[in-house]
Design a protein around this ligand. Structure first.
Ligand code: URP
Ligand code: ZN
Ligand code: ZN
Length: 463
């Protein structure tokens, strides 16, 4: 199958220009002006007035994550389909090693969930719940098998939490094997005390979640882990950064040459602590770290604008309000943590272009190219170049649409952005040469998505 995209503006992280793109099979075969005159194609897609961008890459999703006695609602079929509607053609999901399991046992469970289900491509990070001599040795094998990064937590005592010595040993291992440690940085043990104090004061509604998870405890954990990484001689990457104190720690560390990186997520740029505050409705907005006050939001936007936060994941982890978030009625500590968002990321970040915060090239970098580089997929993914996978989106920068649970494709009964209008939308979405979304209709196939074997975290070793 050969597809020719004509009359569009190619937008990449490096620049924008008018050119046509020929896709042959699963890859980009030619790029040039006026290709229609010289090549044949089975289908010609007219992108007049539209951008042609590399497919979005969301390197932070949790399909079917077990949390708080339930499971995140989207599976790999519904989750990657929703992602595709929103212009994202690759996800990197977090496989979970439960305590007592080997890393491979956890990873195999995630392979079994994704294979035959995903409609678009996927990779895996590995959540490490147990740092032992055996799992440290297994990390080396995973790096070679295309799963080169490992998430550890200073949060969630008794579940995913790792003490400092475990984190340090894992960092030392990646210093040797070329992998990357991803950190959820919040001081979990202290937050548990603060949360119990909220309950003792009678604050049982979701607002207690936001009040207990003090931003300084994200800043503290971030600077502590950066110091551990510096001593270990390893790079470190912070997921879902939400606090200005954490950004300050990151910026200071990078200034002294530490190999420290971070992402943030749209919810921390668009939503605030106030969203947690409308009685139990606020449960819809319970995630960790929590939504924060506008001063944090402003600090995050600045960091996105100036490049301190160079990429955006979603932390997509959807739980229905009815029946799942409701598990925490009467005690906010029992509300499953996580928000839906895989479908909305590309459009929400396009608002930064619409609002004049950054260029359209930076937008492509935030949602596709830098994730590809950071997570060992570039230039197979995240690029419009001859030989790259034909993951392409015809993006209409002018089309306005309203975000709503009644129209979204995520398998969850609410939207965090209900009723909000965004400008920009994905008209045609191609995954490795096949159109999987066309003008609001799904045209892909369950099981067509393939595992992406990713390279070592070389990019994270630069500063
Ligand atoms: O609230 C969140 N973030 N849920 C997903 C698990 C995690 O910590 O990323
Ligand atoms: Zn986390
Ligand atoms: Zn997460």
């Amino acid at each position: 199958m050969r597809t020719l995209f004509v009359n569009g503006t190619i937008v990449t992280a490096e620049g924008s220009y008018a050119a046509d793109v020929l896709v042959d099979g699963e890859v980009i075969a030619q790029i040039g002006a006026g290709l229609a005159a010289s090549v044949t194609a089975d289908e010609v897609i007219d992108a007049t007035g539209k951008y042609l961008i590399p497919g979005g890459i969301d390197a932070h999703t949790h399909m079917k994550l077990p949390f708080g006695g339930t499971f995140a609602k989207d599976d790999f079929e519904t989750g990657t389909r929703a992602a595709a509607f929103g212009g994202t053609t690759t996800i990197v999901d977090f496989a979970v090693q439960n305590k007592g399991q080997s890393l491979h046992e956890g990873l195999d469970t995630w392979f079994a969930m994704a294979e035959g289900m995903a409609v678009a491509d996927y990779g895996f990070h590995m959540i490490m719940s147990d740092v032992t001599d055996a799992t440290l040795a297994e990390m080396d094998a995973l790096v070679d098998e295309g799963v080169p990064d490992f998430k550890l937590f200073t949060a969630y005592p008794g579940v995913f939490y790792s003490p400092d010595d475990h984190i340090f040993r894992a960092l030392q291992q990646t210093a040797k094997n070329g992998g990357l440690i991803l950190m959820h940085a919040e001081n979990g043990p202290v937050i548990d005390i603060l949360a119990a104090e909220q309950i003792a004061k009678g604050v049982t509604d979701p607002i207690g979640h936001g009040l207990a998870r003090d931003s300084r405890m994200e800043g503290e954990a971030t600077s502590r882990v950066i110091r551990l990484a510096e001593v270990a001689g390893a790079p470190v990457y912070f997921v879902h950064m939400s606090a200005k104190e954490a950004v300050e720690a990151l910026v200071a560390a990078r200034a002294r040459g530490a190999m420290a990186w971070a992402e943030t997520c749209p919810q921390y740029l668009y939503l605030t602590l106030d969203d947690l505050g409308h009685g139990f409705e606020g449960a819809k907005f319970v995630c960790s770290p929590p939504l924060r006050t506008p001063d944090h939001v402003a600090a995050l936007w600045s960091a996105v604008e100036n490049g301190d936060l160079p990429l955006i994941g979603t932390d997509h982890c959807p739980f229905d309000f009815h029946g799942q978030k409701e598990l925490g009625r009467g005690d906010f500590r029992k509300i499953p943590n996580g928000l839906p968002g895989v479908e909305e990321r590309v459009d929400l970040m396009h608002q930064g272009v619409v609002d004049g915060r950054y260029s359209k090239e930076r937008w492509v970098s935030l949602v596709s190219t830098t994730p590809a580089k950071m997570f060992g997929m570039y230039p197979k993914k995240g690029a419009i170049a001859v030989g790259s996978d034909a993951d392409l989106v015809v993006y209409d920068p002018s089309r306005k649409h309203v975000l709503s649970a009644s129209t979204h494709h995520m398998d969850v009964d609410y939207s965090c952005y209900e009723g909000q209008t965004v400008q920009g939308g994905s008209d045609v979405v191609m995954s490795r040469g096949s159109v999987i979304v066309r003008n609001g209709e799904f045209t892909g196939r369950k099981g067509a998505g393939k595992f992406v074997k990713r390279g070592r975290a070389d990019f994270a070793r630069a500063i």
